[in-house]
Design a protein around this ligand. Structure first.
Ligand code: GAP
Length: 470
């Protein structure tokens, strides 16, 4: 049984061990922006790679794209972001706290009211900070970051940092189709940064102003939308489990008809049970021909697909699984975090919050990442650092392993302390080189979760670690 994790505890480990830092911390930080440290960027890379392999490299009918972040401003007019990508902003007139209107209402068990002109607050909504009911009416606030292209800062030079990666895919639909020889159904995938000037960034990295998306636009024949939507929801649920998120921590939120955008025929959010509640990791929407249709209308360029076998011509419909890398990393960190008490014989019991371990037990914090996702796969320890023959032998083992896996070299402190340091960053294997190694070329390999140790030949180490990662 795991104890409920506090986000402060997780953030403290992430900072201490180099997963996540506050952006520009030396200047007091900047709200909604985060930096990934040495271990965090490895973890993030592993998430991206697992997604790219699963979505692009292991499928014949999906290809990749890496579009620019700043695009022609017409892209955002066509997509509807200039006109409608806005959140309802509410201010407390007493304490000046600013809220995203829909969140403020949801926290109080109510729903923001949609009106003809915009939004209104339901009766009784209070400021959660000071309790005042003296709140402004919700005002629309466009979330796109604006900038200028070129030296003159006038209206004609306005451009936007993309608020999603998807539009780069729609805008290049024709070029990709013409050059990749794909036939509908096929997909275009992209991973990249997105920017939203969120009113109220919160829950650590969960809602940030700069984040990364992994989006797939899967183009299908009109009429097959539902079938492909069902397919992608199941595929994506399986993927989350393949990177170590247990089925019981995941959930699907199926949108009701009245909650769907006017052009969408279905939408499902994949949710994870974060310490701050069940929240969205990814949305999977069947968006019809809205996006390609709008770009066809605004650019005057045809977005039609011609099926030579059937002589049919149509604008494909799209199914869009759209995931956030940072949210997945946060879910993996929350899921991996575990505090336990372990005895001399490696007996394990869950740690009791705020209490010291009983006599004969010590506390360990262990990040139980799936080995595929763990930032470091193996650590190598020479038993004693003042024995040159042990150091030399261990260095040889380390050099071999490092060619295959992100590896860690540690010579300082007792072996037990070195294990604890690796447990805390989630390294699945630790390898110790001792005096027996010098005579029989075997090492001790210790597994993170079970803490079981086994003696194996150096020649078999790489294969053993590869097996676990596969
Ligand atoms: N193209 C569709 C789209 O962008 P979205 O639901 O707005 O849909 C997709 O975003 C995913 O991007 C979300 O499920 C979430 O994982 C991630 N995301 C969105 N806004 C975010 C933010 N402010 N901070 C971190 N991740 C965010």
């Amino acid at each position: 049984m795991k104890n409920k994790l506090s986000m402060e505890t997780l953030a403290s480990l992430c900072k201490r061990r180099g997963f996540i830092f506050q952006s520009s911390e030396i200047y007091g930080g900047i709200n909604g922006f985060w930096d990934y440290g040495p271990l965090g960027c490895e973890l993030k890379r592993n998430v991206r790679e697992a997604w790219w392999k699963n979505i692009v490299q292991h499928r014949e009918n999906i290809v990749g794209l890496d579009a620019s972040i700043i695009m022609h401003p017409k892209v955002w007019e066509a997509s509807g972001h200039v006109g409608g990508f806005a959140d309802p902003m509410v201010d407390c007139k007493s304490c000046k706290k600013r809220y995203k209107g829909d969140n403020l209402c949801e926290e109080q068990g109510k729903k923001l009211i949609k009106t003809e002109k915009g939004f209104a607050l339901p009766e009784g909504i209070k400021c959660t900070s000071c309790g005042s009911k003296d709140l402004t009416e919700p005002r629309s606030f466009n979330l796109m970051f604006k900038t200028f292209v070129g030296p003159v800062e006038d209206e004609s030079a306005i451009a936007y940092l993309r608020p999603e990666t998807a539009q780069g895919i729609f805008a290049q639909f024709g070029n990709v189709l013409a050059t990749s020889r794909q036939k509908v159904p096929f997909g275009i995938a992209q991973i990249g940064k997105a920017f939203r000037n969120e009113i109220n960034p919160r829950n650590y990295t969960f809602r940030s102003r700069e984040f990364e998306q992994m989006e797939l636009e899967f183009f299908v024949k009109p009429g097959s939308d539902q079938q492909w939507h069902d397919y992608w929801v199941e595929e994506r649920m399986k993927w989350y489990q393949s990177i170590g998120l247990p089925a019981e921590s995941l959930n699907k939120y199926v949108y009701k008809k009245e909650e769907l955008a006017h052009y969408a025929s279905a939408c499902v959010d994949i949710m994870y049970d974060f310490p701050f509640g069940m929240q969205e990791l990814e949305g999977i929407a069947a968006r019809g021909d809205f996006d390609l249709g709008r770009h066809q209308q605004f650019s005057g360029k045809s977005m039609e697909y011609f099926n030579q076998e059937t002589n049919e011509r149509f604008v494909p419909h799209v199914v869009e699984p759209s995931a956030g890398v940072d949210r997945i990393v946060l879910a993996l960190l929350c899921n991996a975090y575990c505090e336990e008490w372990i005895g001399k014989e490696d007996q394990v019991m869950p740690a009791e919050p705020g209490k010291q371990p009983p006599e004969g037990f010590e506390a360990r914090t262990v990040m139980r990442f799936h080995p595929k996702i763990a930032p470091v796969k193996v650590a190598v320890f020479p038993l004693l650092k003042n024995k040159p023959e042990l150091m030399e032998k261990a260095r040889g083992v380390f050099d071999t392993l490092q060619k295959w896996f992100p590896s860690f070299w540690d010579v300082s402190g007792a072996i037990g302390r070195r294990y604890r340091r690796q447990d805390e960053i989630g390294t699945p294997f630790c390898v110790t080189i001792d005096f027996d190694t010098l005579t029989n070329n075997t090492v001790t390999i210790r597994e993170r979760d079970s803490m079981k140790q086994e003696r194996i030949e150096i020649a078999k180490l790489t294969e053993k670690i590869h097996e676990t990662l596969a």
